[in-house]
Design a protein around this ligand. Structure first.
Ligand code: HEC
Length: 124
């Protein structure tokens, strides 16, 4: 087994070069955003934006649905941070933020979180 050291080397590289990995498959249009999220945000916000990793909140939560926390709000937080979250301006381009937001919105839906549409439910 001459290749064994190489195999070990490769698996070590894989283990340490990736921040928390996404565990969920997303459809093609959201893959880019998922990738950016995992490069830039998941160290703090956890794999799949589910938190738990640090003090950063999970973003797949009712609190962050579009009606409560708009795309513009997310954009603003990413660019300028808060007193607890460092600004990410230098780590993402505006296009990447747009992709990340698309990915987050998809993930919120996929998790079954949706703004209640009361009118629809009342019709019978
Ligand atoms: C260095 C760690 C870190 C990174 C990297 C990071 N965040 Fe955060 N984020 C935090 C912390 C901590 C909070 C909680 C901030 C607070 O309560 O003021 C937070 C809060 C947020 C909030 C909610 C703010 C609120 O007012 O409730 C959003 C949305 C958010 N982050 C999005 C992102 C996105 C998108 C990225 C990637 C582009 C990202 N964050 C990268 C640490 C991080």
């Amino acid at each position: 087994m001459k290749q064994l050291p190489i195999l070990i080397f490769i698996s070590v590289i894989f283990t340490f070069s990736c921040a928390p990995k996404p565990t969920l498959e997303v459809p093609e249009p959201y893959k880019k955003g998922q990738q950016y999220f995992h490069e830039v945000c998941s160290n703090c916000h956890g794999p799949d934006a589910m938190g738990k990793h640090t003090q950063a909140p999970r973003l797949i939560d009712e609190e962050y649905l579009a009606d409560n926390f708009s795309d513009a709000d997310i954009n603003e937080i990413v660019l300028n941070g808060t007193d607890k979250m460092p600004p990410q301006k230098k780590n993402v381009t505006p296009e990447e933020i747009t992709e990340i937001i698309k990915y987050l919105r998809y993930s919120q839906k996929a998790a079954g979180l949706e703004q209640e549409e009361e009118e629809e439910e009342q019709t019978s």
